[in-house]
Design a protein around this ligand. Structure first.
Ligand code: GLN
Length: 282
C-alpha cells in the first residue's frame, strides 16, 4: 500500500509537471475573450489564410508576435484599452531600428508558446524566461531583463515560509516558471497547486481565499503590489532567469538576429533605459 501510494504520488507529480508545461488546462473566460478579440482584429488582418507565418520570406512579411494578456509592466491594457508595456515598447523600438514589420497578438502566455510551436506565429515576447529546457525547443534573443520567481500571499497573511504551505492550496499560472517551481516543491512541503490561465485570475484566487499563495515573477507581482494589489512578496527569490524574445528553433534566425542587433542599438542609444524608466519607478 505504501509503495502504491508512493508510486501514485510520483505519477501525480509527473502529471502535474506535464500540466504545467502544456496549454491544455481549463481556459478562463477572460483569456478566451482576449484571444478571440485578438484573432478578430490583429492576426486576421495580416496572416494570409493559406500561408503559415513561417512560409513567407523575411523581406515581404509581417512577423506575427504573440504575447501575454496581463503581465504588467511587460504587457497589459492601459486605461484606453491599448496594449502597452516594456515588451511592447522594446519590440517597437527594435523593429523601428531594424526596419521590420510585425503585428502583436495577445493570447496569454501558454497559448503564445503553443501557437509558436504550431507555426501560428513567428515569435513570442511575453516576459519569457530563458531556461536550458526551453533552449532545446526555442531560439532566444540575448537577455533583456533579469527576473525570478517569488511567492506572494495576502498582505495580512502569517504565511512567511514554504513550511507554512503544508495542507494548503497554492495558485500558479499554466506553463510558467512560477508554476514549474511551485510543482517542484509541492510534494516536499505538502501543498496542492491550482493552475490559472493568466496572472489576473491567479491573483484573484489568492484574494478570494481559493489559494493561500501564488508563485509569480517577482517584478510582475511586485509591480501590481506597488499599484495596490492586496498581496505581499516573501523575500526569497527562486528560479532566477532573464527574459528573452523567442522563436522556434531554427525557424526565424534572421528575426532573432535583428532583435539582438536592435536591442544592442537601443541599449547604446538610451532608448532601452528610457523604456524601463517609463514603467518602473526609479
Ligand atoms: N517568466 C515566466 C516564464 O517564462 C512567466 C511568463 C509569463 O507569465 N508571461 O515562465
Amino acid at each position: 500500500m505504501k509503495k502504491f501510494m508512493a508510486l501514485s504520488l510520483a505519477a501525480m507529480t509527473a502529471l502535474a509537471l506535464a500540466g504545467c508545461g502544456s496549454g491544455t488546462s481549463a481556459t478562463t473566460a477572460a483569456a478566451t475573450e482576449a484571444a478571440t478579440e485578438a484573432k478578430d482584429t490583429t492576426a486576421a488582418d495580416t496572416a494570409a489564410a493559406d500561408t503559415t507565418a513561417a512560409e513567407k520570406t523575411a523581406s515581404d512579411k509581417t512577423y506575427i508576435i504573440n504575447t501575454d494578456t496581463t503581465f504588467a509592466p511587460f504587457e497589459f491594457e492601459n486605461e484606453k484599452g491599448d496594449l502597452v508595456g516594456i515588451d511592447m515598447d522594446i519590440l517597437k523600438a527594435v523593429a523601428e531600428d531594424q526596419g521590420f514589420s510585425y503585428e502583436v497578438v495577445p493570447v496569454g502566455f501558454s497559448a503564445a508558446t503553443t501557437a509558436l510551436e504550431a507555426g501560428e506565429c513567428d515569435g513570442v515576447i511575453a516576459g519569457m524566461s530563458i531556461t536550458d529546457q526551453r533552449k532545446e525547443k526555442y531560439d532566444f534573443s540575448d537577455p533583456y531583463f533579469d527576473s525570478g520567481v517569488g511567492m506572494a500571499v495576502l498582505a495580512d497573511s502569517d504565511i512567511d515560509s514554504y513550511e507554512k504551505l503544508n495542507g494548503q492550496n497554492v495558485a500558479a499560472k499554466i506553463g510558467t516558471e512560477g508554476c514549474k517551481f511551485a510543482e517542484s516543491i509541492a510534494y516536499k512541503y505538502g501543498f496542492t497547486v491550482t493552475q490559472y490561465e493568466d496572472s489576473a485570475t491567479m491573483y484573484q484566487a489568492v484574494l478570494a481565499g481559493e489559494a493561500v499563495a501564488c508563485f509569480e515573477d517577482y517584478p510582475v507581482v511586485g509591480y501590481e503590489i506597488s499599484r495596490g494589489l492586496g498581496l505581499k512578496l516573501l523575500p526569497t527569490i527562486e528560479a532566477g532567469n532573464s527574459y528573452g524574445f523567442a522563436t522556434m528553433k531554427g525557424e526565424n534566425p534572421e528575426l532573432v538576429e535583428m532583435f539582438n542587433k536592435g536591442l544592442a542599438n537601443i541599449k547604446a542609444n538610451g532608448k532601452y533605459q528610457e523604456i524601463l524608466d517609463t514603467y518602473i519607478a526609479k
